[in-house]
Design a protein. Structure first.
Length: 47
């Protein structure tokens, strides 16, 4: 049973892995943009 499922659906690992990596990239990119905007706002308020 388990071997048949793996044999039939092993290729699904690749799109699932790709989706996980895309989600992680989006989260990291969003955090980076938030940090850049916060730093820019702080610099503008100081000057």
């Amino acid at each position: 049973m388990t071997e048949e499922l793996f044999r039939d659906f092993w290729w699904l690992m690749f799109p699932v892995f790709g989706m996980v990596m895309a989600i992680l990239g989006a989260v990291r990119n969003g955090a980076y943009q938030d940090r850049v905007i916060r730093d820019a706002r702080e610099n503008l308020e100081r000057n």
